[in-house]
Design a protein around this ligand. Sequence first.
Ligand code: FES
Ligand code: FE2
Length: 318
Amino acid sequence: MFENFASVWTPVERSALLNKQPISVELAGEKVALFRDKSGSVRALIDRCPHRGVALSLGTVTPDGCLECAFHGWQFQGDGACSHVPLNPEARRDLLSATALPARELGGLIWIYTAPGATAPVEPVAPDGLVRDDVARAVLVEDWNAHWTRAMENMLDSPHLPFVHRRTIGRALRAQLKPNSKMHVDWEETPFGGRTTGWLDDTPNQAVLEFYRPNMMALHIPIPGKHFRIHAICVPLGGNRTRMIIVGSRDFLKLPLFDVFFRKANFKIIREDRAVVESSSPSEVPPTAAERSVETDRATLQFRRYYHQTLLGGDRRK
Ligand code: FES
Ligand SMILES: [Fe+2]
């Protein structure tokens, strides 16, 4: 279950899309049914009825907050316990549970922990741009035909800015480029992942990029006295498909009508990334020795190490 993406928290969908009807989301090769219980809390069950394998997300939520399967009406609580089996009053319901996953709502997003159980050993860690009350957020979602690891590396990669984004966020950097320019890339370990800063020649660049394990980037765009960030979350769907959730946060121009503008600007930027990410071969990032690397690959190599040692290698301490 959740092969190569087990025992981590990840956002999967926007909270606003989950109302009275259950929905289905895909995550690392599994389908997950999301619904709201009686208190309005998000609950997550593997989207497969233990009876005959029907998608639980086709069902309905009962007045007492259980998910009722569309096929024979079995009902399941948010922790997976089977609470009703129509026409079979003597059924051993304790043997008929669905598989629950821990779920949370944070920053307008629904998060899932990728291991079965009603509780998780740790809580999700979100960048403050996702959770602060005093900022406005503009969200956009796009599915890419790419392995999530290539998308994640792209989001942590500063040296591509003057090339891929020569007409947008990399324009100023491109104008500074000289034939013998040198980019410096720093990497600092943090409790949530890491922080990287990059600068060109002698010009300090205060833009900071943070990596939140396992699949999130937060870019701090320097505007004196302002909060202006772009977050990119690379959600593995399955195979070589990735859902990109892009959240821009700002503490200026906060009226919702400006969301359209910020969404459009971010859409233009990630569309520039999409073509190069989808073209990468092999789709999944290979072991480091299989590709040639240079000094400015510092941040992406850190991610690659985390991916191979922790997510693929199963070492949760790293
Ligand atoms: S398949 Fe779900 S109740 Fe029968
Ligand atoms: Fe980019």
